[in-house]
Each structure stands twice: as C-alpha cells, then as structure tokens.
Design a protein around this ligand. Structure first.
Ligand SMILES: C[C@](O)(CO)[C@H](O)COP(=O)(O)OP(=O)(O)OC[C@H]1O[C@@H](n2ccc(N)nc2=O)[C@H](O)[C@@H]1O
Ligand SMILES: Nc1ncnc2c1ncn2[C@@H]1O[C@H](COP(=O)(O)OP(=O)(O)OP(=O)(O)O)[C@@H](O)[C@H]1O
Length: 295
C-alpha cells in the first residue's frame, strides 16, 4: 500500500488488476422463470487486465477518474459496485477510483464484471469491512451473473446462472484472443429466438475429456458473420478455436508461448489480437497475496 495525503488525512491507496476471463465451454441447459438461463461453463482467467487504483476518502463521495466513453459514471459497474457495498455495509466513507481500461467492452471477456469484483474486494479492505468472500460474491451477483467468479478468484466449473462454482485445476495454456470489430450484446444473444435452450447437461469429466462447445456460437455468427471470419483466421494456426461467452472475442489454444506469439504475428496485420496466458489463480489474488493481509 502506498500512503499519500488525501482530504487532510493519510489515506492508503491500493492498485489492483481486474483480469479477463475466458469461457472454455458454455452450455445452456434451461431457462428460468425470471428469463435467466441455467448454464454449465468453465471459467479460466488470463493475464490481460484492466487496472484500478482506489483511495478511501472521508467525504463519502464515490468518484471515478478516466470514465468510459458512452457509459455515465452512475451506470459504470465500478461505481455501482462501490455504491452497493457502501449501502450494504452502511459505510460513511467514500472512494476515489482511477480506471485504466485495457479490456474491450462487449467482448465476452467479462471486463465490466471484473472491474466490479475488484472494486468489491478492494473497498472491503480499504473500508476495513471484513466481509468474507462468499458475502462479496452474493453482493456481486446483484450486479451481474459474471461478477461472482471474479470475486471467487480461481478457475471453476460453474452452474446455475454462473454463480455455483467448483474449483477446477486446469492446464494453463497460452491463448491468442482476437477482438472482432463488433460489440455483441449478451442480452440480445440470450434473447435470440433461434438459441437452443434445452441442451443435455454434461459432467466435469466430459469437459476434461474434450467437450468444449459454446451453445451461443450459432446465434452469434448468424448475427455477426465477422466473428466466424475471425474464427477461420485463427483456425489456420490452431486446431482448437473457441468463442468466449456470447462473444465477440474468439481465441485459440496453444501449448507454448512461442507458438502463440508466432500465430499472433501472422494475424496481427488483419485483426486486433492479444497473446495471453491462462491463469487458474486470478491475477487479482496473485496481486493481493503480495500485500500484508487478504480477505
Ligand atoms: C455469457 C456470460 O458471460 C458467460 O460467462 C455470462 O453468462 C453473462 O454474464 P453477465 O454479462 O454478467 O450477465 P448479466 O449482466 O447478469 O445479464 C445480461 C443479460 O444476459 C442474460 N443472461 C445472463 C446470464 C445468464 N445466465 N442467463 C441470461 O439469460 C439476461 O438476459 C441478462 O439480461
Ligand atoms: N467498468 C465497465 N467496464 C466495461 N463495461 C462497463 C463497465 N461498466 C458498465 N459497463 C457496460 O457494460 C457493458 C458490457 O461490458 P463488458 O465489457 O463487461 O462486456 P462483456 O465482456 O461482453 O461481458 P460479459 O462477458 O460479462 O457479458 C458495456 O457495453 C458497458 O455499457
């Protein structure tokens, strides 16, 4: 922690990452009465991250610097997460937050959800609330189905709407992630009339044996053909190419950094792409483990 002067008092600041996730498979097994879908998915983190810096203040204000174009601060998941935690725990302090946004929005990488989760974890420390991880996960679920996994912080098999999590230890491959030039709305895909919603459930063992389907894929490429184009481009360099979440990002799986970098170089002229390494432990908790105490 870095101690600086703020509002006349010594206020500690905390700079933490908000990593992207990949869905290594995404199965839709039913639709609930509230319109949400029951899923089976596997989450793994990568070392491609937004970065957030937090400092508590005594004024009670929640302020965000470097706001996102097109997203009013009160709708930003960072401010929404901070406000929710403040209300939940009855906190009088506020926070000044600086966002370094690196992850594409609407990419299926969960960037907004990850920002929200990092905010909950960081402010729980800075405001000295002492809430446990499970409580933060349930607070986070009120912001979105993808928030709990980022608070959970370990690669997991997920069921329910994505909040019932079971740790899995997976290989940590290298990925090439392509960001196609389109934004896919998660609500549009889950609302698509042509989405198959009653797929058979599988087991974790089926996934580990190679079942990697994403049941959103057909609905996504029908609406965004450029996503299929990106997959074809990646398929020239890897036999294993997948869609994350409801897209738009697609990725290829590689056994070595060298292979991933060579594929990236071959693609880079035509596509926006990133090389990233798979992480079972979230970079958020990797960073926190270097600090004095952890939630
Ligand atoms: C596609 C995934 O990214 C896979 O990890 C997530 O399921 C989406 O999580 P998210 O973006 O946090 O989703 P939310 O913000 O909670 O919901 C966005 C919209 O997606 C739909 N939605 C989301 C999750 C889910 N299990 N079933 C749904 O039907 C709902 O229509 C909702 O209005
Ligand atoms: N801090 C934030 N970062 C990104 N998007 C945000 C943020 N706060 C609010 N949003 C809104 O949420 C929308 C979805 O953003 P996000 O980057 O999480 O999409 P995504 O990666 O497709 O998410 P998911 O995989 O969870 O569906 C954005 O288009 C934006 O309007």
């Amino acid at each position: 922690m870095d101690h600086r002067e703020f509002s006349g008092m010594k206020s500690p600041s905390l700079r933490l990452p908000a990593p992207a996730k990949l869905n290594l498979t995404l199965r839709i097994t039913g639709r609930r009465a509230d319109g949400y879908h029951n899923l089976q998915t596997v989450f793994q983190f990568v070392d491609w991250c937004d970065w957030l810096e937090f400092r508590a203040n005594a004024s009670g204000e929640l302020a965000l610097r470097e706001p996102l174009a097109g997203v009013p601060a009160e709708q930003n998941l960072i401010i929404r997460a901070a406000q929710l935690l403040k209300d939940y725990a009855g906190v009088s302090a506020g926070a000044d937050i600086i966002l370094e946004k690196n992850l594409p929005m609407g990419g299926g990488l969960g960037g907004g959800s990850s920002d929200a989760a990092t905010t909950l974890v960081a402010l729980n420390r800075l405001w000295a609330l002492g809430l446990d991880r499970e409580t933060l996960m349930s607070v986070g679920l009120r912001l979105g189905a993808d928030v709990p996994i980022f608070v959970f912080g370990h690669a997991a098999w997920a069921e329910g709407v994505g909040e019932r999590l079971q740790i899995v230890e997976l290989p940590e491959p290298w990925y090439v992630i392509v960001v196609p030039p389109c934004h896919v709305s998660t609500a549009e895909i889950f609302g698509a009339p042509d989405l198959t919603r009653d797929n058979e459930p599988i087991t974790i063992a089926d996934f580990l044996a190679g079942s990697h389907e994403n049941h959103c894929l057909d609905a996504v490429v029908r609406r965004y053909p450029v996503v299929a184009e990106a997959m074809r481009a990646l398929a020239k360099y890897s036999p294993d190419v997948r869609l994350t979440g409801t897209g738009a990002c697609v990725y290829s799986v590689h056994g070595s950094e060298e292979e991933a970098r060579a594929s990236h170089e071959a693609l880079a002229g035509a596509w926006t792409a990133m090389v990233a390494s798979g992480r079972n432990l979230s970079p958020l908790y990797e960073a926190l483990s270097g600090l004095s105490s952890c939630i």
